[in-house]
Design a protein. Structure first.
Length: 255
C-alpha cells in the first residue's frame, strides 16, 4: 500500500485519467475526494471502489467555481482529517485552430479550466500545506505543454502555462516540503475528444497537427497514467520536484 493513510483531492474524476487516478489511489490505501460535474459517473466510481482499502467520496462541482475551493478542502479535511495530495486533472481541448482563428470565448473557457482553476486550487493547497508541514501537488499537463504541434494555439498555450506554473511552485515552496510535478501524457484513451470545442474542429489546424499525430506509436489506457500519479504521490518520489514526467510511449522521441 503505497498511499495508506494519505488523503487526496482529484479533479475531473468522473472519467478517463481522473477516474483512474482516484481509483488507483484508493486501491493503494488513500482516501479520495473525487470532484466532477457528472454525479452519475461519480456515483459509479464510488460504487466500483467499494472493496478497496481507501475510500472515495464524490463531490459534484465545477472546478471553475472558484468560490467553492475552500469548501472543497474543508470537506476533505472533515471527511478524512487532512489533505496530503492535490491532483489537478480536469482539462479541456480546443478546436485545433491556430492563433489566426482563435475566438475569445474558446480562449476564456480553455484557460479557465486548464490554468485558472489549477492555479487557485494550488493556492489553497499551498497555504494549507504550509500550515501542516508539507504536501504534494500533481498537475496533469500534456506533451502539448512541451511541444508546438500537438493541438491548437489555445490548448498549447494553456498547457505550457500549467507546466511553468508547476515548476515555479516547486521552486518557490520546495523548502517548505511541498512538491509539485506535472505528468505530460501523449495519446490516452479518454473522453477529451468529446469536449465542447472538439465538435467543430478547425480543418486547417487538424490537418497541420495530423502530420505529428501520424507518429503516435501507441495509445495508452488511463491506468498507465494513474500508476505514474501513484508514484509521484508516494514516498518513492520523495526527491522528485518540479519535473515534467513525459508518458507518451515514445511519441516525442521522434521529434
Amino acid at each position: 500500500m503505497k498511499l495508506k493513510g494519505k488523503s487526496a483531492i482529484v479533479t475531473g474524476a468522473s472519467s478517463g485519467m481522473g477516474r483512474a487516478i482516484a481509483y488507483e489511489y484508493a486501491r493503494e490505501g488513500a482516501n479520495v475526494l473525487a470532484i466532477a460535474r457528472r454525479r452519475d459517473k461519480l456515483d459509479e466510481l464510488v460504487l466500483s471502489a467499494g472493496g478497496l482499502e481507501g475510500r472515495i467520496v464524490a463531490y459534484e462541482g465545477d472546478v471553475t467555481a472558484l468560490d467553492t475551493i475552500s469548501h472543497i478542502f474543508d470537506e476533505a479535511i472533515r471527511d478524512f482529517g487532512k489533505v496530503d495530495i492535490l491532483v489537478n486533472n480536469a482539462g479541456i481541448m480546443d478546436d485545433f485552430s491556430g492563433v489566426g482563428q482563435v475566438e475569445e470565448e474558446m480562449y476564456a473557457r480553455v484557460f479557465d479550466i486548464n490554468v485558472k482553476a489549477p492555479l487557485f486550487y494550488m493556492k489553497e493547497a499551498v497555504n494549507y500545506f504550509k500550515e501542516v508541514g508539507g504536501g504534494i501537488i500533481i498537475n496533469i499537463a500534456s506533451i502539448g505543454g512541451l511541444n508546438g504541434g500537438i493541438a491548437g494555439a489555445v490548448y498549447t498555450a494553456s498547457k505550457h502555462a500549467l507546466v511553468g506554473l508547476s515548476r515555479n511552485t516547486a521552486y518557490m515552496y520546495g523548502k517548505e516540503n511541498i512538491r509539485c510535478n506535472t505528468i505530460c501524457p501523449g495519446s490516452v484513451e479518454t473522453e477529451v475528444g468529446q469536449g465542447e470545442f472538439m465538435q467543430h474542429i478547425d480543418k486547417d489546424g487538424i490537418e497541420c497537427c495530423g502530420a505529428v499525430h501520424q507518429l503516435i506509436p501507441k495509445v495508452a489506457k488511463s491506468e498507465a497514467i494513474a500508476t505514474i500519479a501513484v508514484f509521484l504521490a508516494s514516498d518513492d518520489s520523495a526527491f522528485i520536484n518540479g519535473q515534467n514526467i513525459v508518458a507518451d510511449g515514445g511519441w516525442t522521441a521522434a521529434f
